[in-house]
Write a protein that binds this ligand. Structure first.
Ligand SMILES: Cc1cc2nc3c(=O)[nH]c(=O)nc-3n(C[C@H](O)[C@H](O)[C@H](O)COP(=O)(O)OP(=O)(O)OC[C@H]3O[C@@H](n4cnc5c(N)ncnc54)[C@H](O)[C@@H]3O)c2cc1C
Length: 170
């Protein structure tokens, strides 16, 4: 952690109210493996000229880790790129056109995922927000219908795109 603060002491204070087992996991972990991560989100930027260099995953759309979308979206990028490169290899497409389409598609679903994550992040702002969120998740855990309703919006961010339907059908 920066600023000369000893991470273990900060951690102890932050997790003081956690379950003893979780505190034990942290206490027994390698101090070098502990650290603080600031949640960040990419700004939405205008399209750029395609080239032989492409950004994928967090490099093009850093998604705050709310909803478990970042890694999944990075794998979606890899699948899209492999499909596009296969069609270039078969001589069906020009490389730069394929890159342009890939980047446009990644910006579209990637930025939608960022917006979805940022919307939910506001739930946990401050102590009252954190307590409310925790109570809500406990309620969702106890009531399946509420759980489905609450988490359905994540399905929208991860819903299959037309090219994914085509790839599944093939
Ligand atoms: C706390 C937390 C929880 C998360 N939980 C989830 C989750 O539950 N589900 C989910 O889907 N996603 C989750 N994510 C998001 C997920 O981890 C990222 O979206 C995903 O790892 C992005 O993959 P990536 O390959 O684009 O980037 P990275 O995984 O960051 O990989 C980039 C790699 O490049 C390396 N690198 C960087 N610079 C250089 C350089 N100059 N030269 C060589 N190598 C370099 C880095 O060391 C790194 O290994 C979470 C993220 C955080 C922080």
């Amino acid at each position: 952690m920066s600023g000369g603060i000893e991470t273990p002491y900060v951690l102890c204070a932050l997790v003081a109210s956690w379950h003893p087992t979780l505190r034990r996991v942290l206490a027994d972990s390698d101090p070098a493996a502990r650290g603080a991560i600031a949640f960040t989100a990419s700004p939405e930027i205008a399209p750029w000229e395609p080239s032989a260099v492409m950004l994928l995953g967090d490099a093009i759309h850093t998604i705050p880790p709310i909803g478990g979308l970042g890694g999944n979206t990075a794998m979606r990028d890899a699948r899209l790129l492999s499909q596009q490169l296969s069609s270039v290899a078969r001589g069906e497409r020009d490389l730069l056109d394929a890159v342009r389409d890939c980047e446009a598609e990644m910006r579209d679903y990637g930025y939608a995922a960022i917006r979805a994550a940022l919307k939910d992040q506001s739930l946990a702002t401050g102590r009252l927000g954190a307590l409310t969120t925790r109570a809500w998740f406990r309620l969702c855990h106890a009531v399946p219908a509420l759980r489905q309703r609450t988490f359905r919006r994540w399905d929208a961010a991860a819903a299959p795109r037309p090219w994914e339907h085509r790839a599944t059908a093939a």
